[in-house]
Each structure stands twice: as C-alpha cells, then as structure tokens.
Write a protein that binds this ligand. Structure first.
Ligand code: SF4
Length: 228
C-alpha cells in the first residue's frame, strides 16, 4: 500500500526464542526500527531494564547493522530512543546523539541513524513510580516551569492519530493509555472506519496535565525533541 511502517522495539525481544527471525522479517518489509536504549553504558541499562539486557540489546543492534539497518549505504532506518532514568528533562538531543554514536561505534562497531530524546510522561508506570517515591508534584513543577509555548506548533497530536488494537482513535499514544478518546461532534467513540465520512479538522485536541511532558524544554514527541 506504500505505507511507511515503524516497529517500536525494546531490542531484547529479537533474542527471545521464537522471535529471532524478526530482524530479517523487518528488513524484508523495509520497516523502520525505532529502538529503546536508555544509555550507551551497560551499568545504566541493566539497572533500568534488568541484568543482561544491555548485552542482548547490543547483540540485536549488531544483527540489525549486518542486515543494513543504520548503515550509511542502506535505506533501512534504525533510530534509537533515550529517556531520562529519573524525574529530570532529557539533555539536548544533538550532543547526546554524538555521544551515543561515538561510544557505540568505538565499543562495538554499532551504527544507527538518529537518537530521539523523549521526556518521561507523568502517567502510567512512571507516574506511579513518582507517586510511590513522593516525587510526582516536584516533577510536575519541573515540567510546568520548563513550558515552552513554541512547542505547541509541533506537538505530534497536531498531525498524527493514535489507533488502539480495536481501531478506536486518540490524539496520541498517551491519551490512548489514559483512555481519553478523540473528541468529535459525534456521541460515539470515533473509530478508524468513521474516517471514511468524518472530517477531523476543527475539533479540539484533548489536553490535560500530562501534555506538559510534550511541551517542556526542547519538547518531546515520538520523533524526539521538537524542531530537531
Ligand atoms: S500528550 Fe498532549 S500535547 Fe502530547 S501529543 Fe498527547 S495530546 Fe498532544
């Protein structure tokens, strides 16, 4: 259909029994890979993801590189994702990408295209973690204090839709997690099939406190810092 498809991966899955042919499958179908690697240092990754996950992730990256992913002479795209380990804003995306590229190449000969820095959203697992540590209010103050109105021009909900596994529509993945459905003038929850007759232009995006996560500092979206 000529549709660009992205696979969001934790990399470790590619080493699991029954999923080891995933890299070849993705390459055969020209699927872009966006893979989470919270640090280029083993200690930090294993601390966040569990022991051994860094080694598994590097193994998967090497496999992807061997198929052409992230290589300059290939059309197969491999992007990495960084998010802070705690309640802080991500560092500037450009310099961090340079650090990742240098370290991964020197240590393992691993290549990738771009690094996306993503702000942790104060919802779901991270939100609960903050609540349990008594840091929720402090983190929200940080996000609100770093609000940049310019980011409103490029937040991803202006141009993307999020679709859940049943076909229902949301402004973004975060609203989907929070079950905040797309707002229209209809009484029913909008579904993918409704797009044949529903013009979405002009309806308000459903915003709430978590939206400060997208608009703080350099901004954040599924494609990393806004404007980069
Ligand atoms: S969290 Fe809010 S600002 Fe961010 S994409 Fe979703 S609706 Fe837009």
């Amino acid at each position: 259909m000529g549709v660009h498809v992205i696979d969001r991966s934790n990399l470790v899955i590619m080493q699991e029994e029954g999923y080891q042919d995933l890299p070849e499958f993705l390459a055969d179908h020209q699927v872009e890979v966006v893979a989470s690697l919270p640090c280029y240092l083993e200690e930090n990754v294993d601390q966040q993801r569990g022991k051994g996950s860094y080694a598994q992730s590097i193994k998967s990256l090497k496999k992807l590189n061997s198929l052409g992913y992230g290589m300059s002479d290939s059309k197969l795209t491999l992007n990495l994702v960084y998010n802070p380990q705690g309640p802080s804003l991500p560092p500037p995306q450009g310099p961090l990408q340079a650090d990742y590229q240098r370290e991964l190449e020197q240590r393992f000969g691993v290549h990738f295209d771009q690094l996306f820095t993503i702000t942790n959203m104060p919802i779901q697992r991270f939100g609960s973690l903050l609540q349990s540590k008594g840091q929720f209010g402090e983190y929200m103050t940080l996000l609100r204090g770093a609000y940049q109105a310019d980011n409103l021009q490029s937040v991803m909900c202006r141009t993307l839709l999020s679709v859940d596994w049943q076909g229902y529509l949301y402004d973004c993945d975060f609203n989907q997690m929070l079950k905040i459905h797309l707002k229209t003038d209809r009484s029913f929850k909008p579904h993918l099939r409704d797009l044949f007759e529903l013009d979405l232009n002009g309806f308000d995006i459903q915003v709430a406190e978590h939206c400060y996560g997208c608009t703080a500092g350099q901004g954040s979206s599924c494609g990393g810092a806004l404007g980069d």
